[in-house]
Design a protein around this ligand. Structure first.
Ligand SMILES: Cc1ncc(COP(=O)(O)O)c(C=O)c1O
Length: 399
């Protein structure tokens, strides 16, 4: 990508990346062998690079053990591993699994579940959307008490509205025996998980968004209680090779095939960079910039509509309940006209469409129009928001 663009699509993938990302990738890509497959230097270095990254992600999440963290080629892969592993357990051989989903789930969760529902392996139960807390916690309590829910899926931070679901309240509300799987694609590194304390069953992570690692990286945290689920794929691990069965210990059980040490090592370099920073102050700054956009939108009046947010929200409530992702539409104007104008005239990168989340758009009533999404990241400045607002005002003058 060109350096002089105004990149406002960080919920898709982060850009720019820290200098150390580019340096590490160039170096590892040139030097690493296949991890865990040889005792020569480049293979050992590849294994070491993966180990370092596992330690760093474990620090970020306060994981009980580094071995509970599995590297995957992305968050979608992580989610599919969890869904398929969970649903294909022995206990569901002759029984449909009851799955409860939050109202703003991404297609990465909904499509595999829908596929399994068509095969009568799963029954999906839906929670209704509410603007204030996303989930109605009373409804969540009723659901888990009156239906035998086996697993709850929570999209912790919506990739469309930026709304944060109160995860601790979810855990308190559902039975301790109910599995809880959390899609953390949009929450890291700013939400600080504490996996030693939080009793989450599964956490599915994207390496390339807020963590500023490369596309093609993801992580699953699997709580010890669930380590018996089957892997998604089977194959060589460089360990236990005299046996046709997969190793039954973590992380090898879930890391079949040659895993990409250069990408994972680069993810580690970005996480290490982030761990040195004052993350609360950075997110406070980003949400402040997003809030400036909300304030500006009030000036534009009913020519612009924001979704999943009350324009009159206070900055304190905004910073407590949202990550800096805002979806909007100009009244009566095709989204693509505005984003092409902003791209051509200001080199602004914004995404329009349905953001891979049919359920969210259904709940926001925007399936037929889609939305334009603004998502801030580590390298945005308040100047970027000023240019965006100015660009939209100039666009409106052309209409
Ligand atoms: C909420 C959410 N879940 C899952 C994903 C899938 O992530 P990945 O692109 O790493 O597969 C995304 C990506 O946009 C997302 O926003």
């Amino acid at each position: 990508m060109k350096k002089n663009i105004i990149y406002l699509d960080n919920a898709a993938t982060s850009y720019h990346k820290p200098e150390i990302y580019y340096k590490t990738f160039a170096q590892l890509n040139l030097n690493l062998g296949n991890p865990g497959r040889g005792s020569y230097k480049s293979s050992l270095e590849a294994a070491q690079s993966i180990l370092n990254s596992r330690i760093l992600i474990s620090q970020l999440l306060n994981s009980p053990d580094i071995e509970n963290l599995i590297f995957t080629p992305g968050c979608t892969y992580a989610i599919n591993t969890v869904i398929n592993g969970f649903i294909h357990q022995q206990q569901f051989r002759d029984k449909v699994a009851n799955v409860l989903v939050s109202p703003l789930e991404h297609n990465a969760v909904m499509r595999p579940l829908f596929h399994l529902e068509k095969q009568n392996k799963v029954k999906i139960h839906y929670l209704t959307y509410n603007l204030k807390t996303v989930i109605d916690f009373q409804e969540l309590a009723n659901f888990t008490q009156t239906h035998a829910i086996d697993i709850v899926f929570i999209n912790h931070v919506s990739n469309v509205t930026g709304q944060i679901i109160d995860l601790d309240l979810v855990r308190e509300t559902i039975k301790t025996s109910t599995a809880l799987a959390v899609d953390a694609a949009q929450s890291l590194p700013y939400y600080r998980y504490d996996l030693k304390q939080q009793n989450l069953s599964f956490l599915m992570i994207a390496g390339h968004k807020g963590l500023m690692g490369p596309i093609g990286t993801g992580v699953i945290y699997i709580n010890d209680e669930w380590q018996n689920i089957d892997p998604l794929i089977f194959g060589g691990t460089g360990s236990y090779s005299d046996n046709l069965a997969m190793p039954n210990y973590l992380p090898d059980k879930f890391e079949a095939g040659s895993i990409n040490a250069a990408l994972i090592g680069t993810l580690g370099a970005s996480i290490n960079y982030l761990l040195q920073l004052n993350l609360p102050s950075i997110i406070s700054n980003q949400t402040k910039m997003a809030y400036n956009f909300i304030e500006w939108s009030k000036k534009i009046g009913n020519q612009i509509q924001l979704f999943g947010i009350d324009k009159n929200i206070s900055i304190t409530n905004y910073q407590k309940n949202y990550m800096p992702v805002i979806s909007f539409r100009l009244t009566g104007i095709d989204n693509s006209n505005l984003i092409s104008y902003l791209d051509e005239n200001y080199q602004i990168c914004l995404r329009s469409g349905l953001h891979c989340s049919m359920l969210t758009h259904k709940n926001l009533n925007t399936l037929n129009t889609g939305l334009i999404r603004l998502s801030l990241g580590h390298f945005n400045t308040s100047r970027d928001i000023e240019i965006l607002c100015n660009g939209i005002e100039n666009f409106l003058k052309t209409q």
